[in-house]
Write a protein that binds this ligand. Sequence first.
Ligand code: AMP
Length: 412
Amino acid sequence: MTSATPRRWPDLTVGIIGGGQLGRMLALEARRMGVHTCVLDPDQRCSAGQVADEHLVASFSDREAAREFAGRTDVVTYEFEHIDASLVAEVEALRPVHPSSSLLKMVQHRVRQKQGLQDLGIPLAAFRPVDTWQDMEQAVHTLGLPAVLKTATSGYDGKGQAVLHRAADAESSFQALRGRSEMLVLEEFVQLEKELSVVCARDVHGKMACYPAVENIHVNGILDLTLAPARVSPALAAAAQELAGSIAQKLGVVGLLCVEMFLAKDGRLLVNELAPRPHNSGHHTLDACPTSQFEQLLRILCRLPLGVTELTTPAVMANLLGDLWVSADGGLDFAAALAVPGVKLHLYNKHGVYPGRKMGHLCAVAPTLETALSRALAARAALTGPKSLGSGDSGYTDTPVRTAAERTEHRS
Ligand code: AMP
């Protein structure tokens, strides 16, 4: 990495690799703060390109474009993990990249990530790397069933995984997933009490600020709701924050690191996975914290002091997936949703709608978390008309929601 110090804020350009909604929200915060942004993304109409100052339209494998991109920027970050880390390393040879390409390389491969965390003594669900069918048999024998088989690469939003209940599932799942990834990993099936996450920010001087732990509810492997703060004891919330902070510190992260965790029914707090970027479970920070996760990342990239990460109000974020658009045939009632008090609407203006695609989110704030939750659910239900109110379309119930892994069996 070059040791060149970026020019001083706000006279600099932040490069963002990836043009999705995370890049868009980062670029919007940069606009507010007077910082320039340049997005690298092959899609001319991508979400972030619409709001960035510059958009370099090029493939993520175009090395010449990557060098040109570096030349247009002072400091660079990325908003998704599925890019060739060696291309990011090339950019890094020319400009500071935060978080580093070596961290990206580690996290974008599940086995490398788990082994790296295990070496640091971080609590994880038991796992075994699986390369061959013999490894698979051995892993099933060691971990027992049920277990979750995951691809080491290219898995996100619950894709690339299968739950094994019976020995007979092992071969079919192995055959189905092995061709999609250079390596697989078999994990213990964790009986989940809750899923939690913490977004940590760490600057170039090693100073850290972690956001309060939030509670995440997934539907079909995709984040559906984030409840801030998590409905756990203060001691557990502090333990989650501490665990996440210790990982960010041990890995020497500069930038943001989201640590997703499982709270098992037996009380164990286990790390599920890391994301070295702003995270969907941190979107409420735009509306419920003095410093959003996006502003925090800009502050780090621009060498400004870290901002305050406290929650100023309970908040609930509800994702708006393409399914809503498909089921309503495009006619969503945004006025009805926004008539619910305390609700903010964030749309990503994506071109092309399909089920499971993240099109936007709602964030509801209220004096209590319970009220914020009912506001978020009421606003989202109102989008598709009064009939869906209370119909449970969010997948949310007061009883534990089935995990994505449990549902995967119905899909595969
Ligand atoms: P991942 O892609 O690893 O984040 O998994 C997506 C979702 O699947 C998680 O948020 C959990 O709801 C569920 N899941 C993944 N791994 C496990 C596991 N080992 N045990 C139980 N549920 C899991």
